[in-house]
Design a protein around this ligand. Structure first.
Ligand SMILES: C[S@@+](CC[C@H](N)C(=O)[O-])C[C@H]1O[C@@H](n2cnc3c(N)ncnc32)[C@H](O)[C@@H]1O
Length: 489
């Protein structure tokens, strides 16, 4: 297999800076629809080391020398988020061949398909999805103008005006590279010196973590549960230890976690997120043949002619959605509403103080999210609330008729946020004529809507299991969406 020219330079750059690449085992190649990715150049057993990157070649806020050129006040003003790394990546790019990471930065993508770069009418396609309020463009631009721009303008010697590498567009480019390619590691391994107070007051597990760029490691693609290689810290921690003698403790090693056949793609893991998160962070979605367990949760019309998707799909039900459903159940006069809202606030504050979340992830599961029912009961029932407040114990996880009705209403309300139904999305996907972005949005919507339908049945099933007689509703609206408990074959 011929090396990819630009990437052969990348391998050479890693080797020139103390890294090691197993050239007989590891190659880079173009994969349709995925850009570049890693390929096995031979049959590889599990535990084969593919490459090793020393800590000194990680691109982090602390390995770049930019910090030396700024005052302590300027450096601190950038905060602990991504602003430092973004400015470092802008500056190292401007330095060109003088940069230790010249080839690495040159080999990175310059365009992205993440929603951050979508036009307003394309973003409309995400209406109702979990991505809708998470793109974060305005917040990102505020960070650029308030944190980076003053430093950039104060140092025209370091950040030449008009160079192009310090513009808002470059800021978005570097931010998107971090979002889709960075790794999070302990700050001490990223080159941040740990001052005495932080060492004495924190144990290892509490150490600050930072996002860093790991050359070569971010060339690996990922797909749902396809990972066959992992990046290991050679730090003596048993969990991260590899059976590779002689691994430098101050390095990271990419190692196969399963055997891989010659010519197959080497995948890392992005932790199998739902399609909404894949699209937001990486610009693609997983649409793989659905496994039998997932298909068994779906009605025939929900599968349609597209038995594909992401088994890790999720939809969040926000606590607000449940609050509204509870308040509507309790009655709706204006006086009752404001008294009811006050009651809810007290209970939600208690819930959060107990360390519970007020957003609930629904997934392809027969079970109802384990926090959702106790949260609903806490809001719904005064005796549950009094017991919880007195004993410091969460309400029980039991779905009675009223809880079923409230959860049903909350899920219906969540469903109503989309502009169209599931069939509309399946038609777009099946037709195959939509742009990649519109198709990806339809895949996200379809996955979320399927999960909501599965969740609706899970609530019903649990109500029956918890004693609601025969699954028959007492209230007219329980079956308003025509949901059934059993999948009809
Ligand atoms: C960590 S980088 C991997 C290397 C990248 N393919 C490249 O050409 O530089 C992550 C990016 O690779 C692409 N990618 C990774 N896995 C993918 C997949 N399963 N399907 C489509 N694109 C994928 C996406 O563009 C994602 O933002």
């Amino acid at each position: 297999m011929d090396p990819v020219p630009q990437h052969d330079d990348l391998i050479a750059e890693v080797e020139a800076h103390g890294g090691w690449v197993n050239r007989d085992a590891f190659g880079l190649s173009q994969f349709p629809g995925m850009g570049f990715g890693a390929v096995a150049k031979a049959d590889l057993p599990a535990q084969t080391s593919l490459f090793r990157i020393p800590l000194t070649h990680l691109l982090t806020p602390f390995t770049s020398h930019l910090r030396r050129h700024l005052s302590e006040t300027e450096w601190e003003s950038l905060g602990d988020g991504w602003a430092r790394l973004i400015l470092v990546m802008m500056w190292e790019t401007e330095r060109g061949s003088e940069s230790q990471w010249y080839r690495y930065l040159a080999a990175m993508p310059r365009t992205f398909d993440t929603p951050m770069f979508w036009a307003a009418e394309e973003l409309e396609e995400l209406r109702g999805t979990d991505i809708q309020d998470r793109v974060g463009k305005t917040e990102a631009e505020t960070t650029y103008h308030s944190l980076l721009a003053p430093i950039i303008m104060a140092h025209p010697d370091l950040f030449p005006p008009g160079a192009g590498n310090f513009s808002l567009a470059s800021y978005h480019l570097q931010g998107s590279r971090i979002l889709s390619r960075s790794f999070t590691i302990p700050a001490s391994r990223a080159g941040q010196s740990q001052d005495a107070s932080s060492v004495s007051s924190k144990d290892d597990e509490e150490e600050d973590e930072v996002a860093v760029m790991v050359p070569m490691a971010d060339m690996l693609n990922a797909a749902y549960e396809m990972d066959n290689a992992r990046l290991y810290a050679n730090d003596g921690d048993e969990e991260n230890e590899i059976t590779d003698h002689g691994a430098d403790p101050d390095s990271y090693t990419m190692t196969t976690s399963r055997s891989i056949s010659k010519g197959d793609q080497i995948y890392n893991t992005y932790a199998s997120p739902p399609n909404s998160e894949l699209l937001r962070k990486y610009g693609h979605v997983d649409a793989i043949p659905l496994d039998d367990a997932t298909l068994a949760l779906l009605e025939a019309e929900e599968v349609g002619e597209w038995p594909f998707g992401n088994p890790g799909d999720q939809v969040e039900i926000q606590g607000d959605e449940v609050v509204r459903a509870v308040l509507s159940h309790r009655g709706s006069s204006a006086a009752a509403d404001s008294a009811g809202e006050e009651l809810m606030t007290e209970r939600i504050d208690w819930w959060l103080e107990e360390g519970q979340d007020d957003a609930f992830a629904l997934s392809f599961s027969e079970e109802v999210d384990e926090g959702l029912v106790p949260f609903t009961r806490l809001l719904l029932y005064d005796d549950e609330w009094l017991r919880a407040a007195r004993k410091g114990k969460l309400p029980r996880n039991i779905v009675d008729q009223t809880v079923a009705e409230v959860l049903h209403a909350a899920i219906v309300s969540r469903q109503s946020k989309y502009c169209n139904d599931l069939q509309h999305d399946l038609d777009i996907i099946k037709a195959g004529s939509a742009s990649q972005r519109r198709r990806n949005a339809a895949v996200v919507r379809a996955g979320e809507k399927r999960v909501l339908k599965v969740a609706m049945r899970a609530v019903r099933r649990k109500a029956v299991a918890d004693g609601v007689p025969g699954g028959k509703r007492k209230s007219e609206n329980l079956d308003s969406a025509g949901e059934k408990i059993q999948r009809t074959k």
